[in-house]
Design a protein around this ligand. Structure first.
Ligand SMILES: *Cc1c(COP(=O)(O)O)cnc(C)c1O
Length: 421
């Protein structure tokens, strides 16, 4: 039996309709921007394996540090105990994110980082004897798949079976020059009920790489601060250079109260989530009353191997060569965008930093639209490129080590697809 056949006998895959899904592609090896299947076929990972990988696959430096950690200490309970890697990672991360962030809370992934953030906000208010349970979020937001994270995400086909069970969230439009004042007054009207405002800074990935301007986010956050509404920057996707700066919040001057990290945090090597907060939030849980404790934790909280992976990734991230690579990718994307933006099949091209997205013109032929995504997906797979269109939106967000030659190859295949599909 082939690997794919054995897989289908025992495995239920994420975001996959198992009845109609094609055979999964068994990947047996990774190196840099490449993945190799069992037959030795090479794929360029143009989406960084679900947006997680920033330095390339099976990176020797990360592997070395992870290996050393495994032989030193693989895991330890994190309540009542600590370990050097968790401390060092918190110190080093807090030093490079907005300087109002003072404490780090560990968990396992992006969704749990968001759950922790939401719980921090809700309990921040309840610990002070105040009832503020409503959340504010952007329309079409995506913050994860666990229940709290799903609740603050836009209602969609993905959430439909659970909608009646999700808590109350007020969804607002993305800010722009025309609506910013009305958004502010919406916030003012709701302020006494609002526990927090959660947002994906500058780009909504899952919504289809939808971008909005830093200036208006800054205004919204300033307004939240004025109205005493806590803010949560979900940097799970945008963190660690995706937007061309270290963090998406590096593009603005306002500082969120809470930040969430995962995906690129470990270089995409290990599962790890991190929620950071201000001193003010942390202090709201300090009490002689045990009931004011943040009762949250996971078995693998602050796993030392994951922390070692994150520290190794941080070393690579802070190497000036990485910033140069990010700049190189950004410039290459910009040139490519200029070249294709007037193509009759391209509706819009959007770019921020190392992320470029192209919206395919679908006309009004809906059956064409529904099959377009799959046709594009398999077209690129055949060409040895992993791109995973979101509906009619193709996006490239590669590991920063990708070569110019591979970028050019991806661009040329997209241009070819524009002519052929
Ligand atoms: C992917 C993502 C999450 C969820 O992270 P998981 O590790 O998949 O649970 C949350 N927020 C944003 C913005 C994301 O892109």
């Amino acid at each position: 039996m082939s690997l794919a056949e054995r897989d289908l006998k025992v495995i239920w895959h994420p975001y996959t309709q198992m009845k109609t899904a094609g055979m999964p592609i068994p990947i047996v090896r990774g190196e840099g921007a490449y993945l190799f299947d069992e037959n030795g076929k090479k794929y360029i990972d143009a989406i960084s394996s679900w947006w997680t990988n920033i330095h390339g696959h099976a990176h020797p430096y990360i592997a070395k540090k992870v290996g050393e950690q495994l032989l030193q200490l693989e895991h330890v309970i994190f309540a009542g105990f600590t370990h050097p890697k968790a401390i060092e990672l918190a110190e080093r991360l807090l030093a490079i994110i907005p300087n109002n962030q003072k404490k780090a809370f560990y968990s396992d992934n992006g969704s749990t980082a968001v759950e922790v953030a939401i719980k921090m906000c809700l309990q921040y208010w309840s610990n002070q004897g105040r009832t503020r349970t409503k959340m504010l979020a952007f329309k079409n937001a995506y913050h994860g798949d666990t229940f709290g994270a799903m609740a603050v995400s836009g209602r969609s086909a993905f959430t439909a079976p659970f909608d009646t069970l999700l808590f109350e969230v007020e969804f607002i439009d993305l800010p722009d020059a025309d609506n910013i004042e009305s958004l502010k007054s919406q916030i003012s009207n709701l302020k006494s009920q609002l526990a927090c405002f959660i947002f994906e800074p500058l780009i909504q990935g899952t919504a289809g790489m939808v971008m909005y301007e830093a200036q208006y986010l800054n205004e919204l956050l300033a307004h939240c601060r004025k109205e005493n509404v806590l803010s949560i920057a979900d940097e799970v996707f945008t963190g660690f250079g995706r937007t061309g700066k270290p963090f998406a919040t590096s593009h603005i001057s306002e500082q969120p109260d809470i930040m969430c990290f995962s995906k690129g945090l470990t270089g995409g090597t290990m599962a790890l989530g991190l929620t950071t907060c201000t001193e003010d939030i942390f202090n709201a849980f300090l009490s002689d009353d045990k009931l004011k404790t943040l009762f949250h934790g996971h078995s693998f909280t602050a796993n030392p191997v994951a922390c070692a992976s994150a520290l190794a990734s941080m070393d690579l991230f802070l190497d000036p060569a990485t910033a140069e690579n990010m700049e190189r990718i950004k410039n290459a994307h910009t040139q490519f965008g200029e070249r294709v933006k007037n193509h009759p099949k391209i509706k819009t091209v959007r770019q921020i930093g190392t992320i470029i997205a192209m919206e395919w013109e679908t006309g009004d032929n809906t059956s064409y639209f529904s099959s377009l995504r799959d046709r594009l997906y398999y077209y690129f797979l055949d060409a040895g490129i992993i791109l995973r269109p979101l509906g009619n939106i193709i996006y490239i967000l590669p590991p920063y080590c990708i070569s110019n030659a591979d970028l050019d190859y991806i661009y040329s295949k997209i241009e070819q697809a524009l002519d052929e599909i």
